[in-house]
Design a protein around this ligand. Structure first.
Ligand SMILES: [Zn+2]
Ligand SMILES: [Zn+2]
Length: 281
């Protein structure tokens, strides 16, 4: 399992590659636009070329692009839904041009009704039909805050089934815990993986977002913490990462970014957890 962080491209795309190298990452996740704005900034062919070359030389992979925060793929507002679909398509095209392996998206916010899941599925299918994999689009499980869709593996499985196009899965540990999957105990991990197997399928699981949680079990709140310093704790991560059913290609950390020392520590903790997996088999 390869390890990496979500890193900022503020300033330039190359900055993320350089920082990943400094940290000793094997994988990388980025946004390809400002995550909190609709404004689109074109990236020149020269910058794309420089990024793909630097990434290849750094041996970074997989490259994961995270969809920005404003698109809502399940919106009941027709204008926002249309804008969100266009944005998904534009970011997926840019992710392809950058040589990304995966594009991670959240299913969206809407009333918990079948029509909302159908809308999200249609938006994803429309993008994938125009731009077939790679990059493979991955649906991420959510904490289930407010009207957030996708807090259970059953809901994600439903969207994938309705979409009818190839889609994968990204499992965020802090979201799963906040959504009520108790990773602190083997039985909670087994429940999560069994639900994954029944819904999206274990093969669909490509990426783990490896985050501890500041929020309690079942709180439906999305608050990331450093590994081993939150409510999941090291034992929880060990239960999950050593499970034989779990074979993702990479684990990406989206831990709080205050000091670079935190990144080093999280990486060290993650490495030791994965080493346990190798020992257990
Ligand atoms: Zn996410
Ligand atoms: Zn989160």
């Amino acid at each position: 399992m390869r390890l990496g962080f979500h890193l900022s491209i503020a300033g330039s795309l190359l900055r993320a590659v350089r920082q990943a190298q400094t940290l000793g990452c094997q994988a990388l996740q980025i946004f390809v636009q400002n995550p909190r704005a609709w404004k689109w900034r074109d990236i020149s062919p020269g910058d794309i070329e420089a990024f793909t070359t630097a990434r290849r030389q750094a041996g970074l992979g997989p490259l994961v692009v995270h969809l920005t925060y404003l698109p809502n793929l399940a919106s009941v507002d027709a204008a926002l839904y249309q804008k969100s679909k266009e944005r998904l398509l534009a970011e997926l095209a840019l992710a392809r041009d950058l040589g990304a392996d995966y594009l991670v998206c959240h299913p969206g916010h809407a009333p918990l009704e079948r029509e909302s899941f159908r809308q999200a599925a249609a938006a994803l299918a429309a993008a994938v039909e125009k731009i077939p994999p790679p990059p493979l689009v991955l649906l991420e499980n959510t904490a289930g805050q407010g009207q957030e869709l996708g807090c259970s593996q059953e809901q994600l499985g439903l969207i994938m089934h309705l979409a009818g196009v190839p889609l994968g899965l990204c499992l965020d540990t802090s979201h799963a815990f906040a959504a009520g999957y108790d990773l602190r105990h083997p039985a909670g991990v087994a429940r999560l993986l069994a639900a994954t197997a029944r819904g999206p399928g274990l093969d669909a699981l490509k990426i783990i977002h490896l985050n501890d949680s500041k929020a309690p079990l079942g709180s439906r709140r999305d608050r990331h913490a450093h590994l081993g310093q939150g409510t999941i704790g090291l034992e929880g991560f060990r239960n999950l990462l050593t499970h034989p059913w779990l074979q993702p290609t990479a684990a990406i950390m989206e831990t709080p970014k205050l000091h670079q020392a935190d990144e080093w520590r999280n990486l060290l903790v993650a490495r030791s957890l994965i080493a346990t997996k190798m020992l257990v088999g």
